[in-house]
Design a binder for this molecule. Structure first.
Ligand SMILES: Cc1cc2nc3c(=O)[nH]c(=O)nc-3n(C[C@H](O)[C@H](O)[C@H](O)COP(=O)(O)O)c2cc1C
Length: 348
């Protein structure tokens, strides 16, 4: 069940993708997602390394994933990361023969030619219809439309998954995958009903046992309730959805008061995390929460779907639970469609 263009193009069992997660998406997690039947994806800088070492760090994680699975493995390339090291990064991805590259945060046009010539499938993450049409024209194989519910950096248009997905489905011919707010079989089936042919999940995999983020961060995700997250950094010109904590509530309050200097001071006040070379202040706050479990002194990205994550499970279990629930819903819908309405039965 659920075989479609996405599973065929990517050579995977279930149309479930692991979204790129900056410092969170390690090689073990990618392998576990792929072994569970989805597409495992190595993130942009797992665990964090200084910019000069980042590409070799990603290479190590891709190799680790390859050691642990024979199934397809992808890598995420946030396009704003394509700095002076762009050529080196592209060569590395080709040398390592990743099966898929998921780009985000920019135009995929600069990479489609080279990567597709190397036989690598391309997926691009969009947050509005115009970007989806441009991504299709650039030659990507699949678009992921990511709604405002998602964890991490959001598109400026603040479109929800529920509205964005059918609009993108109507606008392009290539397969569409929905992301943002999906963590169970109900979300999966909702995405399918909207015309998507797959889902991309971040937060649900963040709390998976193979993910290398700190146990305290995973437990905070599991404990979180309905209003699990806050949107921060609007006044700094970006939208960053993070887990709600005392620290991030302060960030949110500063946004509302337009207290730019106070917010910059708060971000800069986060204690350094690594001796020697430290991440930039914005990454440092993420590092403290995600890698050190210091929830009191930083901002950890997570989506609204954190409230739907009830237990730390293996990535394979996350996928199996989504599929089992989705199949049950599909059967129920089938039974409902074939059942005669009560009044028809009475009349007979
Ligand atoms: C901790 C975290 C970090 C993220 N970092 C990135 C990233 O580096 N690149 C990217 O394309 N998307 C990133 N995202 C978005 C995910 O790839 C994915 O689209 C999103 O999490 C889906 O919504 P969900 O959080 O409701 O599952 C991040 C999400 C999270 C939770």
């Amino acid at each position: 069940m659920f075989r479609n263009r996405v599973t065929d193009v990517l050579g995977i069992q279930y149309p479930i993708l692991e979204g790129g997660m900056a410092i969170a998406g390690n090689g073990e997690l990618a392998a576990a997602v792929s072994n569970g039947g989805g597409l495992g994806v190595v993130s942009a800088n797992p665990g964090w390394s200084p910019m000069t070492e980042r590409i070799e760090n990603v290479r190590r994680h891709i190799r680790r994933a390859r050691e642990l699975t024979k199934k397809p493995v992808g890598a995420n390339v946030p396009l704003f990361f394509l700095d002076n090291f762009a050529d080196h990064q592209v060569s590395m991805l080709i040398e390592e023969k990743v099966d898929v590259v998921i780009t985000s945060g920019g135009s995929p046009k600069i990479l489609t030619g080279t990567l597709k010539r190397a036989g690598i499938k391309m997926i691009h993450v969009v947050s509005n219809v115009k970007q989806a049409i441009a991504a299709q024209a650039a030659g990507v194989d699949i678009v992921v439309c990511e709604g405002y519910e998602a964890g991490g950096i959001e598109g400026a248009d603040e479109l929800t998954t529920m509205v964005l997905t059918p609009l993108v489905v109507d606008a392009v011919d290539i397969p569409v995958v929905a992301a943002g707010g999906i963590a169970d079989g109900r979300g999966f089936m909702a995405a399918m009903a909207l015309g998507a042919e797959g889902v991309q999940m971040g937060t649900a995999f963040l709390a998976a046992s193979e993910c290398h983020v700190h146990q305290r961060f995973k437990e905070a995700i599991v404990k979180s309730e309905d209003a699990a997250t806050v949107m921060t950094q609007r006044i700094l010109g970006r939208l960053s959805r993070v887990l709600k904590t005392e620290f991030t509530k302060k960030m949110y309050d500063m946004d509302r008061r337009h207290a730019i200097d106070e917010l910059k001071e708060l971000i800069a006040s986060v204690p350094p995390s690594i001796i020697g070379s430290n991440p930039s202040p914005t990454i440092n706050g993420q590092y403290r929460v995600q890698m050190l479990g210091d929830l009191e002194n930083g901002d950890g990205a997570a989506g609204q779907s954190a409230a739907l994550v009830r237990r730390i499970k293996s990535a394979a279990e996350v996928i199996a639970d989504v599929i089992t629930e989705a199949e049950a819903i599909s059967r129920r819908w089938g039974e409902q469609a074939s059942a005669k309405p009560a009044n028809a039965r009475n009349a007979a």
